[in-house]
Design a protein around this ligand. Structure first.
Ligand code: NAD
Ligand code: ZN
Length: 342
């Protein structure tokens, strides 16, 4: 059985085996189909789609962040010209968040916008990058050029996601646990009860619900959407300073945010959160990273504004607040939480 969640015009389908059971393109006789895929497993998925969408054209993206460049977008635009795409045609992105971000960017800009469909093949891509309508490429900095543009459909196959290599899967678990901390007691229960054996179908569904809820309220950023940045202020700094994968860094960022939440809001869930993260093999500290390197990066974080540094903190699980925090408090909490060495 599959579940459907809607955000404005976008339908998100979640279930086991959806890649085989879902039509993917609702009206396949309508027009041309261009499939942009990452190498590796996503390529297999894209080629299997050809059995059902025989008229589709395939384009291989560079792997990882290399896909998210103006150069890659330019190559894809020219390829789309070459296959004669028109305004009523469809681009399908198959791969992790890098592939769907690029696909959304290309579809949102080509001919001033054509239909996009995402088939996310990483857990992080499924619960985060594919949901919410942000697309973009990296120009010097990350995601500095982009458009808000929803795909018409996101097809999430949790059987495919269950086969992910552990180091890739845990990046997604960090974002799902984050979704649990800011808005789903059910996610926290599932992770606490089942640890490494957590039911992907259930937690993915819940995490998509949380993001869809927040995003529908606040479609183009600012207000409530900011709560999705729980763990990300320190997380971004750690990601750069420690050269860590995003989810690992967010896991450390959440650990520090929980410690600060305890300090100024009396939050009591730090240990519970740490246990859930650790059960997914997510780090809660980075031995060897010096506090002074991290402090500089945290203060440089783009979420700072005129009133100081803005952070998402928790009064309790499910009760996030965005608060200005004194950077010194962050340093103290990073040491107290054991996230860094002094
Ligand atoms: N648009 C948004 O709102 C949003 C939100 C969060 C993250 N993002 C973006 O998403 C990107 C990160 O996403 P990601 O972690 O999926 O990265 P990614 O797309 O780079 O994928 C990570 C790696 O997993 C591999 N991979 C993909 N599917 C696989 C599979 N089924 N089996 C084995 N390997 C597989 C990829 O080839 C790649 O090497 C970043 O660019 C980030 O900026 C966007
Ligand atoms: Zn994130």
């Amino acid at each position: 059985m599959s579940h459907r969640i809607h955000i404005s015009e976008c339908e998100i389908v979640i279930g086991k085996g959806t890649i085989e059971t879902d039509p993917i393109v609702s009206d396949r006789d309508r027009g041309r189909i261009a499939v942009l895929y990452q190498p590796g497993k996503p390529e297999e998925v894209a080629r299997a789609l050809l059995d059902r969408l025989p008229r589709a054209n395939l384009f291989e993206l560079p792997d990882g962040e290399a896909a998210k460049s103006l150069e890659t977008a330019g190559l894809v635009y020219r390829w789309l010209n070459g296959i004669g795409m028109s305004r009523s045609d469809t681009v399908i992105g198959v791969g992790g968040g890098a592939a769907t971000d690029l696909t959304g960017f290309v579809a949102g800009t080509y001919l001033r916008g054509i239909e996009a469909i995402y088939v996310p093949t990483t857990l992080l891509g499924a619960v985060d990058a594919a949901i919410g309508g942000k697309t973009g490429v990296n120009v010097d900095g990350k995601n500095l050029v982009g458009v808000f543009s929803h795909p018409s459909r996101v097809v999430i196959d949790t059987l495919l996601l269950a086969e992910l290599p552990a180091p890739i899967a845990r990046q997604g678990h960090a974002e799902i646990i984050k979704a649990g901390c800011i808005g789903s007691a059910r996610i926290l229960d599932l992770y606490e009860t089942d640890g490494p054996l957590v039911d992907l179908n259930e937690v993915v569904l819940e995490a998509v619900r949380v993001k869809a809820d927040v995003v529908s309220d606040d479609w183009k950023e600012s207000g409530r959407r900011a709560i999705l940045n729980y763990g990300h202020t320190v997380g971004h700094a750690v990601e750069i300073a420690g050269n860590l994968p995003h989810g690992d860094a967010v896991s450390i960022g959440m650990t520090v945010a929980a410690a600060i939440s305890h300090e100024i809001l009396g939050f009591e869930g730090s240990e519970r959160q740490k246990t859930m993260l650790a059960a997914q093999d997510l780090p809660t500290q980075i031995p060897g990273l010096a506090l002074k390197d991290l402090e500089e990066l945290v203060v440089l974080d783009k979420k700072r504004d005129a009133g100081g540094l803005r952070m998402v903190l928790l009064r309790a699980f499910g009760d996030p607040v965005v608060i200005h925090v004194d950077p010194k408090l962050i340093s103290t909490a990073m040491v107290a939480a054991g996230a860094v060495v002094q």
